[in-house]
Design a protein around this ligand. Structure first.
Ligand SMILES: [Zn+2]
Length: 315
């Protein structure tokens, strides 16, 4: 089993301050300028008695002229417990290295030079966030998918489909976005829930589309195959060394056009028609193929529609 990250970027707070700089903009009580938690949460009793709750760190510190001593201003005198908390707070701050002449700056702790990078962010997220296990079979399918010569957005679509992460009605219902049961059925047959397995592989409409496409290719696939298994079996139909480049082109063109049509039905009220979507599949695969290999390297569109396999195997 391997892992891929499953995280929510909006929950992640990547900004962590260096301890070597005096902070003149950070609010002492509210900003997590020392560690990850604000002092108002760490020392709520002291915070309640602080008169200058909105002071920045620098204001509370008093600047260089004051000899860098903390200028607490309690509304009433502290009781014994609060005195102890104040000592604990002083102890934490004593460990803090302050340089009044240095300028404040944010520092990204995941890089030794303190500069943010997407790469380090990615690895930080991998280390700190929950990971989701993905089966080896799916990972192998995804590897082949990334090698396929199709536009990036189609790869991302295929990736989401293989991981079952498309925004189907079932997925939106699972997230609490679509709650009305009338909004959940497949828009092609209205008999089953609109989830990826049904929409792309089990729906009578989609099965008809796949059947025409496979007939065009002169191939068959076992009944009941879906998802990564369907993808892998489809690639194995072709006697081509590098499974990544062109074998999955028609598979992606088919699933992409089924998805596009599904969205047109929902948002534009289009009436689904299998032969039209198959024409769109042939066009998509021809455009992607010729964009990669050049129009002179293959048959014109009309010929390729008749002999897709030769076209792929001669590429
Ligand atoms: Zn259906």
């Amino acid at each position: 089993m391997s892992q891929i990250p499953n995280f929510n970027l909006w929950e992640f707070d990547p900004i962590i301050l260096t301890k070597s700089k005096i902070i003149d903009k950070a609010l002492f009580h509210y900003d997590g300028w020392y560690g990850n938690q604000a002092f108002c949460e760490l020392f709520p009793d002291l915070y309640a008695k602080e008169v200058h709750k909105n002071f920045s760190v620098a204001e509370l510190l008093g600047g260089a002229d004051s000899g860098l001593t903390w200028r607490w201003n309690w509304s009433t005198s502290l009781d014994v417990n609060e005195e102890q908390q104040a000592l604990n707070l002083q102890g934490l701050l004593a460990d803090f290295s302050l340089h009044p002449t240095n300028q404040d700056q944010w520092r990204w702790l995941s890089e030794s030079n303190g500069v943010f990078s997407v790469k380090s962010c990615y690895f930080s997220l991998l280390e700190t966030r929950q990971a989701e296990y993905v089966e080896e079979n799916v990972l192998e399918a995804i590897k082949r998918l990334w090698k396929t010569d199709v536009p990036s957005k189609i790869k991302v679509f295929g990736w989401r489909l293989l991981l079952n992460k498309l925004s189907t009605r079932a997925a939106l219902n699972h997230r609490g976005i679509l709650t009305n049961s009338h909004d959940l059925p497949c828009v092609f047959c209205f008999k089953q829930l609109d989830d990826s397995a049904h929409l792309f592989f089990s729906c009578s409409f989609s099965k008809k589309v796949w059947s025409i496409v496979l007939n065009w290719l002169g191939k068959t696939l076992p009944l009941g195959a879906e998802g990564w298994y369907h993808f892998t079996l489809f690639g194995d139909l072709f006697n081509v060394k590098d499974k990544g480049c062109v074998c999955y082109l028609v598979w992606l063109a088919t699933s992409w056009n089924i998805w596009k049509l599904r969205n047109l039905v929902i948002f534009k009220g289009v009436i689904p028609d299998a032969s039209s979507v198959v024409d769109a599949i042939k066009l998509s695969s021809w455009v992607w193929f010729t964009n990669r290999y050049g129009r002179k390297s293959c048959y014109p569109f009309s010929s390729r529609c008749l002999d897709h396999l030769s076209c792929i195997q001669n590429s």
